[in-house]
Design a protein around this ligand. Sequence first.
Ligand code: SF4
Length: 312
Amino acid sequence: MPIFSSDVKRIGAEAGFDRVRIARAEKLESADARFREWLARGFHATMTWMEREPEKRSDPKLIFPAARSVAVFLQNYYTPHRHTSPGKVSRYAWGDDYHNVLREKMVTVLSELRRLDENIEGKICVDTSPIMEKPWAVRAGLGWIGKHSNLITRDIGSWVFIGVMLLNVELEPDEPFVEDHCGTCTACLDACPTQAIVEPYVVDSAKCISHATIELRDETLPDDVAENLDGWLYGCDVCQDVCPWNRFETPTDEMRFEPRNSETSLDLISISKMPHEEYVERFRGSAIKRAKLSGLQRNAKYLSGTKPEQEN
Ligand code: SF4
């Protein structure tokens, strides 16, 4: 039996996704141009893996030659909690690792689709393949990319994860989202503690607290980031916290995104003294492991005023 867009949307909703939309599997020309310019300006900082095979990021057929349609799944992860102290963790990492949660749901969706049509083939991408999730969400009509460079939806704000599934069937696509509802607002540019949003829609990762506290493997943090950490131990949410579109934030139904151990900030002394075995046990299945224990301990030192020795 052939499947339709409505089947993908219904099954996605049944699996617990908040929104599901469809796009045609064609090259994202303008997103490709913007990404290459961003790379050329060096704004990816130490994330040199982003330089590999940039052509794959915009052309789904280079990742999955059979791709005819792109199904984009949104998962709201907002939970109504606040940070309690320095040692702040970005919202997205409070609960279970979203890679695992989204992948599990998308595997369910794909197997349900196969029950309708055994010839369906799909490739699931949750931050694991070189796919530009945000431009795909725009192309599928889910929202726009704000001046802080995150996806914003009109009805549930920007606290959303994006999962992409490439499918080997032609499905009726949704209308792309063409408006930009940032207007004259500059709240995220003004609030960024390190002025990392160097111009609207452009983030310089070298200045970004998220990049420094999660991705940077150096023993020390750049001075301009270190002096403006604003209590952040892992990631940073300032640009999304101030965004007026997050007045539409709504608690998620996905309980796995509730803060583990009810913690939204981590205790700096515990992190500083944590043995590796405890770190492995405590953060198993958490996105926080991305920073590694050495990164968390480096960040904790800065936040507790014991800056690591600068190398000569
Ligand atoms: S804070 Fe304002 S400018 Fe920034 S993304 Fe939100 S609406 Fe756009």
